[in-house]
Write a protein that binds this ligand. Structure first.
Ligand code: KG4
Ligand code: ZN
Length: 407
């Protein structure tokens, strides 16, 4: 039996285009953990990457380096943990000098971040936290490294343990960030993880005992939305744009669907495995748009909304069908939905509905919408459950790994 103590955790996340820091206070066991989120700060780079229609890795690296200190300061301030070094200023300056060689080597490749870290450490005292958690992968290597090196520098300077976290495990544990007063979380569980980079069905047999039972063979669900939105000229990021366009259908009886034959495939919905494939959906939209433009030249707002709605429903249908099948076949006690795409209202509503009907005895968990997209609170939650396992505590051992796998 593993006991979990009250822990104050500082987490850093920079796997993609959000610079995030959070402080959470965690207690309780896996069945019903309690997380008090003291702060959860996310600085999005979406405006910077928008003109490129996707995340540009080196721009992300630069922005993370600029944002990490302000985001950390805000996270510590909101948690009441930001304390200026006042009278101890001279002493901390001495300590800084003695540690500066190692700090310099940790931050060697983070040229923009390095002087900012020195200024920060000179000015503020060590906060009252138990340990530091940082996302070490998967993600974009140039984005991951500034976060990892920043966390290593803090762990070294403050002499705190550090734990490297799998970003996907963070999403898995984000499901605890919601009101769940009814049932306990119990294994085995099936988790559908849907984001811009991943579409995976994971069988969770126990803490850290994960089996990947299905995944996309090409595009992720979020990627499908992003690409489809681009074809339809709906903007970036595509997921929220598709959802907004779909919600705008003015007259459901207008007959637009039949007139323009707006029907999209549900790829692999009947295949016997738990895999997905979404790239054909985007191609089908491309052909459909070409056909429509040929016959009537203009892709007006009503038609775009109808296509967005059909695309969203096609993705939702496949995701729900495979998840329910996996949950039934594995006789799970808990089903979870997480990742950026889990913010989609239709997916949330229809999946909750399906779970209620098909799996009435299982617990169904989705995080509150604000915890679906990348954030650091979820990294802290995953770290809380790792902590008793005494995984890497030494800052020297933490490395970013862009291709880190969950199972
Ligand atoms: O988890 P996340 O923030 O980042 C990754 O780890 O990928 O997921 C981002 C993805 C993007 O593809 C975005 O378009 C999608 O989640 N997304 C949505 C919604 N909000 C974000 N997809 C559908 N509906 C939404 N409301
Ligand atoms: Zn993510």
């Amino acid at each position: 039996m593993v006991f979990f103590f009250i822990m104050t955790i500082l987490a850093i996340e920079t796997s993609c285009d959000e610079t995030a820091a959070a402080v959470i206070e965690a207690r309780g066991g896996m069945a019903r953990p309690r997380f008090d989120i003291l702060s959860n700060v996310v600085s999005s780079q979406v405006k910077i990457h928008r003109p490129f229609g996707g995340v540009v890795p080196n721009l992300a690296k630069r922005e993370h380096q600029k944002n990490l200190i302000p985001v950390l300061i805000q996270a510590l301030k909101q948690s009441g943990l930001l304390k200026i070094s006042k009278s101890k200023f001279l002493i901390s300056k001495q300590i800084l000098n003695s540690k500066s060689q190692i700090l310099n080597s940790i931050l060697e490749r983070e040229e923009i971040l390095k002087p900012r870290v020195f200024r920060f450490l000179k000015k503020y005292r060590r906060p009252g936290i138990d340990f530091i958690a940082v996302t070490r992968g998967p993600g974009l290597a140039p984005a991951l490294w500034p976060g990892v090196n920043f966390a290593r520098a803090l762990a070294f300077f403050w002499n705190k343990p550090i734990i490297g976290i799998n970003h996907l495990e963070g999403h898995l544990f984000s499901v605890f960030f919601q009101e769940n007063k009814k049932k306990n979380f119990e294994f085995p569980a099936v988790a559908l993880l849907v984001s811009g980079g991943h579409t995976q069905l994971i069988l969770m047999k126990g803490l850290g005992k994960y089996k990947l039972i299905g995944e996309t063979r090409d595009d992720a669900a979020g990627e499908c939305f992003d690409k489809t939105a681009r074809i339809l000229g709906l903007g970036y990021p595509g997921g929220p744009a598709i959802a907004a366009a779909a919600a705008k259908i003015r007259n459901p009886e207008s007959g637009i669907r039949n007139k323009f034959k707006i029907h999209l495939p549900r790829p692999m919905i009947s295949s016997k495995d738990y895999d997905f494939s979404f790239s054909g959906l985007k191609t089908a939209v491309l052909y459909l748009v070409k056909e429509i433009k040929k016959s009537q030249k203009l892709l007006n707002e009503d038609i775009r909304s109808e296509i967005a709605s059909e695309c969203q429903q096609a993705v939702v249908d496949v995701l729900i069908s495979k998840t329910m099948k996996a949950a039934e076949n594995s006789r799970v006690k808990t089903v979870t939905l997480s990742g950026g795409v889990a913010a989609n209202k239709e997916l949330r509503r229809q999946m909750a509905d399906a779970a209620g009907k098909k799996l009435p005895d299982s617990l169904f968990l989705i995080p509150d919408s604000r915890f679906c997209a990348d954030n650091a609170a979820m990294i802290a939650a995953a770290a809380y459950f790792q902590h008793p396992k005494k995984s890497a505590r030494d800052w020297r051992k933490i490395q970013a790994d862009a291709n880190l796998r969950l199972a």
